[in-house]
Design a binder for this molecule. Structure first.
Ligand code: HEC
Ligand code: HEC
Ligand code: HEC
Ligand code: HEC
Length: 313
């Protein structure tokens, strides 16, 4: 075996190990490192995030007039920043080593959307060694870098469905870590749920931290990915509760998403049996197709007073 093939074997083994270790019986889950390391290399993205509600809510959410009541209703720790039923959505953590206790330190942050980074971070920006520049990277290395960092949890730009699934689980009150019973109590105590949260409207306004404005064709695919994620998350959430109010909210989310997806021929299987897998297959079948004609009229701009959301320009 040549040195380079041994190296490749070792890396492959490491990736397989990581995939194995992140199974439910895990002992070495990837963890959140916090935003500091991202900031070093992604200054503009960091600045944009600092201007969003995700950033500012760290200092404000727990002061909302209903926060105490909602925390009390689910039981457990009285402080919203320490209660697991709140922290999974409202906060991002940081830790230096796997053994450290995760510390709540930010509102929803880079890794809440791009994935816990402890494993993929050193892989995703390495073009093939310390002194290798982007232009000098071989195409084999690039393909492997992208695949390995995705396999260890990085959500790249092109992964519309995976990104949308992250938004929809938090914004649709559909995170699998939280029981249907706890969600029911939260809603009862006045926790908001916005059934019309839509990824294009909510991501292309103040939140946009990517250099190139997305084309209409790209937005049409992102919109469809968002509807798929809404359908899958709502279907799973509705199935895990008997509570009338929570079930009704989730059934409505699922029905709304289905109504939109009717316009997309590739969505037929997904509509019949909503699952992550069928959503990914749909996105694959859509490929680079422009869906503006099918769903263009359904993509809504934000009302003028919602300046932080997408105003269609
Ligand atoms: C050492 C510098 C460095 C650090 C630290 C770093 N990145 Fe990156 N990141 C890069 C580079 C360089 C690229 C572009 C890779 C390429 O050319 O494909 C990139 C790409 C990305 C992309 C993909 C963009 C696309 O084209 O889809 C995301 C998302 C990302 N980084 C997020 C993060 C987050 C979140 C963190 C912190 C946990 C982080 N990065 C830390 C340098 C870094
Ligand atoms: C599944 C994710 C999720 C969980 C779990 C969750 N929240 Fe929220 N929460 C949200 C989202 C998303 C919003 C914004 C909702 C909107 O405006 O539509 C929100 C909004 C709020 C608001 C209004 C804040 C404001 O600034 O307007 C309060 C208060 C709140 N949550 C408290 C709590 C408490 C307390 C807990 C724990 C018992 C909790 N939440 C658990 C996702 C969640
Ligand atoms: C880890 C959970 C989580 C994820 C993932 C998440 N959000 Fe949020 N988001 C929240 C919470 C919680 C709030 C409300 C904060 C508050 O009001 O205190 C919020 C608020 C927002 C707001 C401000 C809304 C307003 O009315 O001003 C926008 C915009 C937004 N999110 C867009 C997105 C988009 C787009 C995605 C996916 C790309 C996303 N979020 C992913 C938890 C999350
Ligand atoms: C609320 C979710 C969310 C948060 C928080 C978030 N991102 Fe992103 N990020 C996205 C989405 C979604 C995209 C791609 C959108 C698309 O392709 O249309 C993206 C794109 C990117 C890109 C590609 C940029 C480009 O020019 O194409 C980088 C790099 C990145 N994010 C880094 C970061 C860093 C660093 C942070 C924290 C400071 C961060 N993101 C916080 C959701 C998020």
């Amino acid at each position: 075996m040549s040195v380079s093939s041994i190296r490749r074997f070792v890396i492959l083994f490491a990736v397989a190990f990581v995939a194995f270790a992140s199974a439910p019986t895990a002992f070495a889950e990837p963890y959140f490192q916090g935003t500091k390391s991202c900031e070093e290399c992604h200054k503009d993205e960091y600045k944009a995030w600092e201007g969003t509600k995700h950033f500012s809510s760290y200092r404000s959410a727990h002061k909302n007039k209903d926060a105490k009541k909602i925390t009390k209703a689910v039981g457990g720790k009285k402080n919203m920043k320490r209660n697991k039923s709140c922290t999974v959505c409202h906060y991002a953590t940081t830790q230096k080593k796997a053994e450290d206790k995760p510390k709540v330190k930010f509102g929803p942050a880079c890794e809440s959307c791009h994935g816990a980074s402890s494993v993929w971070e050193p892989i995703h920006s390495d073009y093939g060694g310390k002194n290798v520049k982007r232009e000098a990277e071989t195409s084999d290395h690039k393909a492997k870098r992208i695949a390995d960092s995705a396999a260890t949890g990085l959500i790249w730009n092109s992964m519309n469905f995976e990104a949308a699934a992250k938004c929809m689980k938090c914004h649709g009150l559909a995170r699998s870590e939280i029981s249907g019973d706890a969600f029911a109590k939260m809603l009862e105590a006045g926790h908001p749920i916005n059934p019309s949260f839509e990824i294009v409207m909510f991501s292309q306004g103040k939140m946009r931290h990517w250099r190139d404005k997305r084309s209409r064709a790209e937005l049409s695919r992102l919109f469809v990915a968002g509807q798929a994620a809404k359908l899958v998350s709502a279907t799973e959430a509705a199935a895990k509760t008997e509570d009338a109010k929570y079930k009704a909210a989730q059934t409505k989310r699922a029905a709304d998403a289905k109504a939109v997806l009717q316009a997309v021929p590739q969505a037929a299987t997904l509509i019949q049996s909503p699952s992550d897998d069928n959503a990914r297959k749909m996105m694959q079948a859509i490929g680079q197709q422009d869906l503006t004609d099918q769903i263009g009229g359904l993509m809504k701009c934000a009302p003028a007073d919602k300046e932080n959301l997408w105003q269609c320009n």
